[in-house]
Design a protein around this ligand. Structure first.
Ligand code: NAD
Ligand code: WQD
Length: 332
């Protein structure tokens, strides 16, 4: 069985669908601090399969261990964590406690129950201002601009040290680029709390009239049209990357790291234009000052994931814009 932490969250819910479709049985845990229990029913509607679930904070090692003792866990995919960059600046203690404390607690429980395989949700944020582009996994990790980024940076180091001390463990670190989109069914997707920080959820809220216009953070970057360039990846592609990461685990990979991105960079204006064209909706926007901490460009070299995992992203930016809007409409 596969243990999924943060099971009802955005990326985990899509990953569970792909894992169940590939024949894996799932045990999920989440404390529901940023997600909804309804998600479980929606996953079950999509796949027709049940998920064993417990509402538990992964920092509560005793409760977690008690729940897991009923199952034989072959591998854990660890998504649980807080992820709001701005909030992490104002609440660093909460972010270090939840993300690092949660991971340490989980690692102790995994050791106690004899689970030796782990896949971790890291982020391209660990590259800081990337030393080169496109970014390969060999690109040096950089200076993070916020506590959230540092938690990913530090957890990666913790996992490297743990695997180094336990050579029989297999740990795969996946560095996600910019996940957007939603399951084509429109039944699961991203549900941000309050004002969205990220581009696509903001655009979909402008599209449905919840927000008046989009603020584009700077048009004076050294990029083709002056706006920030990112590697947007459809969440279903990202989810499938986790199924492929199981292949590395099956081959006893030890410690390995993969970028999960498409290899294509799109600017903020590219995303707006594609969204407008694909969905036939106008997105009013205003260019404002740069957002502190933003970098000009960030896109992956995904060649290693292709050659080692056999994984390549399939969905286009058009697909991502269509599915993001489809999910938002379904929530209205
Ligand atoms: P999400 O907030 O939708 O999912 C995270 C889930 O973890 C939520 O359901 C939340 O309730 C749960 N959770 C948080 N703390 C917990 C705890 N202590 N115990 C139990 N459950 C807890 O976020 P997401 O976008 O699906 O991200 C999943 C993972 O991927 C996170 O680790 C995130 O940092 C990482 N990541 C996300 C992005 C992105 O842009 N979405 C990019 C790179 C990496
Ligand atoms: C994308 C582009 C903005 C909102 C963040 C985290 C990163 C990772 C993914 C977890 C940038 C511009 C945005 C808006 C805008 N998360 N933008 N107006 O900053 O690349 O990455 O999410 O690991 O750690 O930092 O994503 O979607 O916020 O921004 O103009 O209202 O859109 O300036 O160029 P980002 P994003």
């Amino acid at each position: 069985m596969i243990l999924v932490t943060g099971a009802t969250g955005f990326i985990a819910s899509h990953t569970i669908v792909e894992l169940q479709n590939a024949g894996y049985d799932i045990v999920g845990v989440d404390n529901l601090c940023n997600s909804d229990i309804e998600t479980l029913k929606n996953i079950e509607k999509i796949t027709g399969k049940k998920i064993e679930f417990c509402n538990v904070d992964i920092r509560d090692g005793n409760k977690l261990k008690e729940f897991l003792s009923k199952y034989k866990i072959d591998c854990c995919i660890h998504f649980a964590g807080l992820k709001a960059v701005g909030e992490s600046v104002s609440k660093p203690v909460e972010y270090y406690d939840n993300n690092i404390g949660g991971t340490i607690s989980l690692l102790k429980v995994l050791r106690e129950i004899g689970c030796k395989n782990l896949i971790f949700s890291s982020s391209a944020t660990v590259y800081g201002t990337p030393a080169f582009m496109p970014i390969t996994e060999d690109c040096p990790k950089g200076i993070c601009t916020n506590p959230y980024g540092w938690t990913k940076h530090m957890i990666e180091q913790i996992l490297i040290d743990v695997q180094n001390a336990n050579k029989d463990m297999n740990i795969v670190i996946l560095r996600y680029f910019n996940p957007i989109g939603a399951h084509p069914s429109g039944m699961i997707g991203e549900k941000p709390n309050g004002i969205p920080n990220n581009l696509m959820p903001y655009i979909t809220q402008v599209a449905c009239g919840k927000r008046e216009k989009l603020f584009v953070y700077g048009d004076d970057y050294d990029t083709p049209d002056g706006t920030g360039v990112r590697d947007y990846i459809h969440v279903v592609d990202l989810a499938r990357g986790h199924v492929c990461a199981m292949r590395a685990i099956d081959k006893n990979c030890g410690l390995d790291i993969f970028n999960l991105g498409t290899g294509h960079g799109y600017s903020v204006l590219d995303v707006i234009k594609t969204f407008e064209h694909e969905n036939n909706i106008k997105i009013p926007y205003e260019i404002v000052a740069r957002r502190p901490g933003d970098i000009a460009m960030c896109y992956a070299d995904p060649a290693k994931a292709k050659s080692v995992l056999g994984w390549v992203a399939q969905y286009s930016l058009q697909d991502m814009c269509r599915d993001s809007w489809n999910y938002q409409k379904n929530m209205l």
